[in-house]
Design a protein around this ligand. Structure first.
Ligand code: F6R
Length: 618
């Protein structure tokens, strides 16, 4: 939540306003309640900030540009303390306008700090927690005359989660920052350096970056980067190269990032599988730095995640238990953290997160490790907090996901969790090498099948357009189709603002069937008929039950499944796929349906109301 950008360059390079606004444009997915910039120019600071999306600030600056500058900071906000107004937009000023501060996170002890400042006669211009940090920094600088030392002192006095960036009128060419529990990366340029909530902030300028550690302060100028801990002791960051470029963070001709990311799913799955099997067909997960004897001794797996990532975990549970014969639970990270869960050194916790910055999941990871559990992060963002704080990380290689609604990360998360499950099965001897190699072959065939679904998606687009006025949609599935049903409902809620619910099809008769009335649209995910197992026939019976009550049934079924045809108003055909792998194709029409329906309603598909991409507050 909240995107932050910092830039220190020279007169030979671009203007700070341009660099900072470009960074904010790429980070706007993190929050879009307001935006603002502060630039350093001729021994003073100038600022501009506006409530609403970044476009409002850009429009304002087009008419009234700030003076030339090569040092600045910028912020795009997801409101926590104080309504999304101009006054509450960042930057916030301290010391009569000599210092400007932007912030991502929540300062938990801001009330007591504010009370102290008010007693000292400091006046406040906003309702935010951030403004406290601005006044404290101005005060600390007045006492020390050393901006990094002043930032260290402020950081030591704060509790909670924060990334703070600041510029001071009297310290030209310098941006100083501190981080605790909120993300911050440094971009290493040629004659310029950058700061950002993530690498998207500066990807247009450099792909070389430093991952900041917990409780560190960094000071950048055009020619230097210096990192210390909160006591001013020099510290190191971890250097890394970003393996995607600026083009990956653009829409590339698609109407929205979500549409683009749905279309990138074959690639996301292929890239997540790439390089993880040796020529003999054996799975190699070199990055899994957990002792093999430990992995052999685990007696329980707990997958923790939120939202879409938790549904990926729910899908993975079916496969992991089936392949490894280890009990596997899936729990929402925020529920896990606060219910005194039974985990110990024989528990493997798998933390699934696209951003790696979801605070609920971070807190759950910390709790699990305190109890002695080993934690593997399944994550899409290199260098983010969750992989850094875990015992090992298995990266999904989906590329940057910018639309707030998660799509390609979901498929990549399922794929990575499947790799983990197969690896454990291989290590523990639950599966023979030829069985593993057969499943890997099936997984490797998935990108082509996903592409086939995408190629035939016209029918879903048309359906979404004529259903634009629908007020409620239900989704039913069994087994791995159940989490897919919940994911389909979540997509529709979050971007089309339509009431939607996903049910386990077997639960229908225990209550939800009362919702069925003539014309009620119901999507049903049907398992493969090839095994003619009970799963398929039970779901066909469920379709009959709702069809008999007048529901409009939209059935997602495998090509050639004639059993569903008599009871379906529409059938979306998917290519034959093994049951456990089917979610990688059955979810695709549901994602497209939500995207098209939101578009038909004229909504902002990429930036739905009240949401932000990384939920960095609990
Ligand atoms: C839904 C969505 C959210 C995220 C959830 C976890 O489309 O994007 O439900 O899946 O907030 O986020 P990560 O995966 O970043 O931990």
């Amino acid at each position: 939540m909240c995107g932050i950008v910092g830039y220190a360059g020279t007169a030979a390079g671009p203007q700070a306003q341009d660099v900072v606004l470009e960074g904010l444009r790429r980070l706007e997915y993190r929050g879009y309640d307001s935006a603002g910039v502060a630039l350093q120019t001729d021994g003073r600071l100038v600022t501009a900030k506006k409530a609403g999306k970044l476009a409002r600030l850009v429009e304002f600056l087009d008419e009234d540009p700030l003076p030339p500058s090569v040092t600045g900071i910028g912020h795009t906000r997801w409101a926590t303390h104080g309504a999304p107004t101009d006054a509450n937009a960042h930057p916030h000023l301290g010391g009569d306008g000599t210092v400007a501060v932007i912030h991502n996170g929540i300062i938990e002890n801001f009330a007591s700090l504010k009370a102290g400042l008010l007693t000292d006669g400091v006046g406040f211009a906003s309702q935010t927690d951030t403004e406290v940090a601005a006044h404290l920094l101005a005060k600390a600088y007045a006492e020390t005359g050393d901006l990094p030392a002043a930032m260290c002192a402020v950081a030591r006095s704060l509790e909670g989660a924060f990334t703070l960036l600041a510029v001071h009128a009297d310290v030209p060419g310098t941006v100083v920052a501190a981080r605790r529990n909120s993300p911050l990366v440094v971009g290493l340029g040629d004659g310029a350096n950058y700061l950002g909530s993530d690498v998207a902030a500066f990807i247009g300028h450099t792909r070389e970056a430093i991952e900041m550690g917990q409780d560190q302060v960094v000071t950048i100028t055009a020619s230097s980067v210096s990192i210390t801990d909160f006591d001013g002791v020099p510290a190191d960051g971890v250097h890394f190269h970003v393996d995607w470029d600026a083009a990956a963070a653009e829409k590339g001709g698609f109407p929205s990032f979500m549409a683009k990311e749905i279309n990138e799913q074959p690639q996301a799955v292929a890239d997540t599988l790439r390089g993880r099997v040796d020529p003999s067909g054996r799975l190699v997960l070199d990055e899994l730095h957990i002792d093999e004897t430990v992995l052999r001794s685990i007696d329980k797996i707990v997958i923790i995640a939120c939202g879409t990532a938790s549904y990926a975990g729910q899908v993975a549970r079916y496969a992991i238990e089936h392949w490894c014969r280890i009990p596997c639970e899936v729990e929402l990270a925020h529920e896990f953290r606060y219910r005194d869960p039974v985990v110990n050194e024989k528990t493997l916790v798998v933390a699934v997160s696209q951003s790696g910055e979801t605070m609920d999941t971070i807190m759950a990871v910390r709790h699990a490790r305190e109890q002695g559990a080993r934690v593997v992060a399944v994550c899409n963002t290199y260098g983010s907090t969750i992989p850094r704080e875990s015992d090992a990380a298995l990266y999904t290689h989906a590329g940057p996901e910018i639309a707030v609604a998660s799509t390609k990360a979901f498929l990549a998360q399922i794929t990575a969790c499947y790799l983990l499950g197969l690896y454990l099965a291989q290590l523990r001897g639950n599966k023979f090498a030829d069985e593993i190699s057969e499943i890997m072959g099936q997984l490797q065939a998935m990108p082509e099948k996903i592409q086939k679904v995408l190629d035939g998606i016209g029918q879903v687009r048309a359906m979404a357009r004529w259903m634009a006025d629908t007020r409620s949609v239900l989704f039913l599935g069994r087994h791995v189709g159940y989490p897919v049903a919940m994911e389909g409902a979540l997509k529709l809620k979050e971007i089309a603002y339509i009431h939607a619910e996903g049910f386990a099809a077997g639960e229908l008769k225990h209550g939800p069937i009362a919702l069925i009335e003539p014309g009620q649209p119901v999507f049903v995910i049907v398992p493969s008929p090839r095994n003619r197992d009970v799963l398929h026939s039970k779901v066909v019976s469920n379709i009959q039950e709702i069809n008999a009550r007048g529901a409009r049934t939209i059935v997602i079924a495998e090509e050639g499944d004639e059993d569903v045809v008599p009871y379906a108003d529409d059938v979306i055909w998917i290519p034959p796929t093994p049951t456990l792998l089917a979610p990688l194709v059955t979810v695709v029409p549901l994602q497209v349906f939500a995207c098209e329906l939101a578009t038909a309603k004229g909504l902002d598909v990429d930036q739905p109301r009240n949401l932000a991409k990384s939920v960095t507050v609990e």
